[in-house]
Design a protein around this ligand. Structure first.
Ligand code: AMP
Length: 148
């Protein structure tokens, strides 16, 4: 059995692993759903953060949320896209991390989320932490323990 210094790993701050906001594709809540779909399609991301004009986290947007909102009985009503706002279709119940949170909280939450938004004390969006980053960090840590 591998003996890990679990405490050190779990209590590690998350700050070093955040993808900073300037590198994160996002939309604003007042944008049209059409713009949202464009950003999602062009970036290829399944879901992106929704922010307000002051860069505060408002929710998450995915292509599924948009298509569900314009789904008619027999066809997808694309003509509705331009008049539909991101805030009308986004998911508002978002699980997020605070910059002061530990690696343990991030680890617990990424089991059910491919990425997590990170906010500062004022609620301003600072970036995201992805499941990929957390797994990479975990792998590095385990390999270091095995070879030490
Ligand atoms: P990845 O771990 O790179 O596969 O990313 C997992 C998910 O995190 C993506 O599908 C997106 O929803 C989100 N994500 C990752 N990187 C970015 C980014 N730079 N901008 C916006 N969303 C991102």
């Amino acid at each position: 059995m591998i003996s890990l210094n679990n405490k050190a790993l779990l209590e590690m701050p998350i700050t070093d692993f955040i993808i900073s906001s300037d590198k994160v594709a996002h939309v604003q809540s007042g944008n049209s759903a059409e713009h949202g779909l464009l950003v999602l399609t062009k970036t290829g991301y399944s879901s992106i953060p929704v922010l307000d004009v002051k860069y505060r986290l408002q929710g998450l947007l995915s292509a599924k949320m948009i298509t569900e909102a314009i789904l008619g009985l027999e066809r997808i009503e694309y003509d509705k896209l331009a008049n539909l706002k991101v805030e009308e279709v986004m998911e508002r119940e978002v699980v997020y991390l605070k910059v002061t949170d530990s690696f343990q909280r991030a680890l617990d939450l990424v089991i059910n989320h491919a990425f997590l938004c990170v906010v500062d004390e004022a609620g301003t969006f600072v970036g995201i932490m992805t499941r990929r980053i957390i797994l990479k960090q975990l792998k590095k840590y385990i390999y270091t323990q095995i070879h030490s």
